[in-house]
Design a protein around this ligand. Structure first.
Ligand code: NCD
Length: 314
């Protein structure tokens, strides 16, 4: 996939591996300005007469709503498709034809699809930029952009950080994408907390390690280091298991509780979750000032997606 290399214009956004540090900087600076704009007067008309199709083959709350809100706050129009069964896909239309269809009526296409690799497949035939809003257990670059932005804003940078990423690293595209992002910066350490059966794929482990990310796989809460900067919890991805019974057995292996926070949480810690929260974080933790998954992290999704749309459609 084409690198951003300082210029987002008309590029497909399929994976964070297209980015380098300078690209993140451009995006984060744009998001900072947009955040002020939204707070001051809600938005502007920078994308007036541009149209975004949101084509979602899988359920979504945050990614869908924030992309819709992002486009509308920039004065643009939307073709919102959240129920794919109501399109010609139901009649058997292929992804390639569907993507070309919506490309005839809009300027950018935000795609969520259950199959890994589908965003790349769509990009190869699309008339307009494809923004990957999650392709199966593969990538979720815009989630990672908002996660990195949130971490960056809290620590003033993205280097030399220690993160605990817990839940389902095997299936979670948000965990895998974030690891790819962290690997672009130096001196980061990721503790992956999960049962052995849910460790990240070995090929990805090797790729990330080669890029310089330190990965430590742990299976017990007692092995969580108390010096971590951020915790990133994500639910067990039940829809991606081949056998339902496996998922039942692994349900809620690790839960953020007040006690775990007291035992292992540092003062500077931030707690993130790409959400939806199922049972991986006890709701009593929500009122802890370190818990920013239901406010700051989610809101950053709006600013980052506005910034991205503006840069891609500029
Ligand atoms: C995630 C996803 O769809 O991968 N949600 C999101 O987009 N914020 C995480 C999840 O479903 O667990």
């Amino acid at each position: 996939m084409q690198k951003i290399a300082g210029n987002f214009e008309n590029k497909h956004i399929v994976s964070v591996e297209q980015f380098d540090k300078k690209d993140f900087e451009i995006l984060f600076k744009t998001a900072d300005r947009i955040k002020k704009l939204v707070k001051r007067r809600g938005g502007n008309n920078d994308l007036k007469h541009k149209i975004m199709t949101a084509l979602f083959y899988e359920p979504s709350s945050r990614t869908f709503a924030s992309f819709i809100a992002a486009m509308q706050r920039l004065g643009g129009g939307i073709i919102p498709i959240q129920d794919i069964k109501k399109t010609s896909v139901w009649k058997g239309e292929s992804l390639a034809d569907t993507v070309r269809t919506f490309g005839c009526y809009s300027d950018v296409l935000v795609l969520r699809h259950p199959k890994e690799g589908s965003a790349e497949e769509a990009a190869s035939v699309s008339y307009v930029p494809i923004i990957n809003a999650g392709d199966g257990g593969g990538n979720h670059p815009t989630q990672t952009l908002l996660d990195l932005y949130t971490i960056h804003n809290n620590f003033g940078g993205l280097e030399g950080l220690i993160g605990i990423l817990a839940g389902d690293p095997l299936h979670s595209r948000t965990i895998k994408s974030l690891l790819r992002g962290l690997a672009l910066y130096s001196n980061n350490t990721a503790y992956l907390l999960s049962p052995k059966e849910l460790r990240i794929p070995r090929a990805l482990h090797a790729r990330l390690t080669n890029k310089g990310l330190r990965i430590i796989e742990i299976e017990k809460e007692k092995d969580i280091p108390s010096a971590a900067d951020f915790w990133y919890w994500n639910r067990i991805q039940k829809e991606r298991f081949e056998q339902k019974t496996d998922q039942e057995a692994l349900r809620s292996a690790f839960i953020v509780t007040k006690k775990l926070l007291k035992d292992k949480g540092s003062k500077r810690l931030i707690i993130l979750d790409s959400l939806p929260r199922i049972d991986e974080i006890d709701p009593v933790v929500d009122s802890d000032p370190r818990a920013i998954y239901l406010n700051e992290q989610m809101r950053n999704g709006l600013y980052i997606r506005m910034a991205l749309l503006k840069l891609v459609l500029a």
